[in-house]
Ligand binder design. Structure first.
Ligand code: GUN
Ligand code: FE
Length: 456
């Protein structure tokens, strides 16, 4: 057994199974020097008092106050870090105009490492302050700035999975912002993988390289093939956008005579360490390919309401067996908060179920059995994210990584009162998920280490 160095005492909310909520009252969470949970001791255990005494004398002992609760740290599966300055901007434009006129000129600026450092440092802090402890990032085409993002995650204590973006097609991408050649795109990706692996050796919470073809339309066949080979060679994470919107889905169909999912699979880009953002136009056969290969969906509900032309059928895909987690998609989604994305995942699923055109007959308006509950959305933001990344994240249990957020329901600027009317614990979690703001996230721990403290 590894040495226990920290013990947390307090009540926990987590979801071990999609749709199931567990509340653990005033448990002890024993954490070893590697930041892994050694044991969770319930308050009716015979050794409970003895363990508290031992912890107070031998370990760092962290005890929650009245009105405070532990939640697992959130996992954000889809973020464009360089787009942080663009959050909330130009969302009235369609995706292609938004990309061409705003996003690409912005991403080009990250050739300037100072600018990259300033933006990325702020963004990682913003995520930690909202309880997001693990993030899968798209950076830009630039190796130096992309590596800088991985270094900033390492330094600030966030678990970062970072990709240097590949966009090499000379027709589809502007001259001012793309890889210089296919060969360079592949070589730079390999160099990036090696650099991040080297960096990750000394990072307790882990930083990981991610092979990142922006999306099929922006890459040549040769680049997609080369990246697929690298994924195999390094058993690396892969991320991209898949069947995000009508335009993208149709474009791939026209170029290859195949569906986006089939094309990505044939190039070797789908595997147990692959996360595909959006996936709104997946059919059942695509879902089977995701299951067979172990690929997960990064569901970005806010972004989808702007750019996707559809709502992801989360309930149907989960029932089929596909792994799904949540993503903010900064800045297709305007908010860096997974709390806001949990809310929007619920709301958009209900709109999908009910339908929107009141002139249609009631049962012809929507897609029945589509709604998800807020507890199901909570699962996506936590355990669902961990499953998608094949990492032991998202619940507070023996063997899992100790990533925690401390929620203060009595926070000065945003008290979450129920005036004693709703004693059920599930109601309390519902209130936390729907009403919490940055003010309620009091402390955040990654791999057992404090990485954010409110007001500090
Ligand atoms: N497809 C290709 N690039 C992007 C991007 O930056 N954001 C979104 N939402 N979709 C994309
Ligand atoms: Fe995206």
């Amino acid at each position: 057994m590894n040495k226990i160095t920290k013990v947390f005492k307090g009540s926990v909310f987590h979801s071990k199974k999609f749709g199931e909520l567990q509340f653990l009252e005033n448990v002890l969470i024993e954490v070893n020097e590697k930041g892994i949970i050694e044991e969770v001791i319930e308050n009716d255990s015979l050794i409970y008092e003895e363990k508290i005494k031992f912890a107070k004398e031998n370990c760092e002992f962290i005890e929650l106050k009245d009105g405070e609760y532990f939640l697992p740290g959130f996992v954000d599966l889809h973020v464009h870090a360089p787009q942080w300055p663009q959050a909330g901007i130009a969302l009235d434009e369609p995706l292609n105009v938004w990309l061409d006129e705003c996003t690409f000129p912005l991403e080009e600026k990250y050739k300037d490492i100072k600018f990259a450092r300033e933006v990325y440092t702020d963004l990682v802090k913003q995520f930690l302050a909202r309880g997001t402890t693990t993030v899968m990032y798209f950076a830009t085409v630039h190796n130096e700035a992309s590596l800088e993002l991985a270094k900033i995650c390492a330094k600030l204590g966030q678990r970062g999975l970072v990709g240097k973006v590949v966009m090499d097609d000379k027709i589809m991408n502007p001259e001012f912002y793309r890889d210089n050649s296919t060969e360079e795109a592949i070589n730079n990706t390999e160099k990036f993988i090696l650099d991040v692996k080297e960096l990750g050796k000394d990072v307790i919470q882990g930083v990981y390289p991610v092979i990142t073809p922006r999306f099929v339309p922006s890459c040549t066949d040769e680049a997609l093939e080369g990246l697929g080979k690298l994924a195999k060679k390094y058993n690396s994470y892969v991320q991209s956008h898949c069947s995000e919107c009508q335009w993208e889905h149709d474009f791939v169909q026209e170029r290859f005579g195949k569906r986006d999912t089939e094309v990505l699979e044939e190039f070797g880009l789908l595997g147990s360490k692959s996360v595909m953002a959006h996936c709104n136009f997946l059919n059942e056969a695509d879902g089977e390919i995701f299951i067979k290969t172990g690929t997960a969906i990064g569901h970005c509900p806010i972004s989808n309401s702007y750019f996707a032309n559809a709502v992801l059928p989360v309930k149907k895909l989960k029932k089929q067996g596909v792994n799904i987690g949540l993503g903010t998609d900064i800045s297709g989604g305007f908010s860096p908060s997974l709390y806001e994305n949990i809310r929007h995942a619920v709301i958009s699923s209900r709109i999908l179920e009910d339908g929107v055109d009141s002139e249609k007959e009631r049962f012809e308006r929507g897609v029945s059995n589509s709604r998800i509950s807020v507890v199901e959305a909570f699962y996506l933001a936590t355990k669902g994210g961990g499953e998608s990344l094949s990492l032991p994240l998202g619940i507070i249990e023996k063997g899992y990584i100790c990533d925690l957020q401390v929620i203060d329901t009595k926070a000065k600027n945003n008290v979450l009162p129920d005036f004693g009317v709703f004693p059920k614990k599930e109601h309390l979690l519902q209130k936390i998920l729907y009403l919490s703001t940055i003010d309620n996230v009091k402390k955040v721990y990654v791999q057992g280490n404090l990485v954010h403290s409110k007001g500090e």
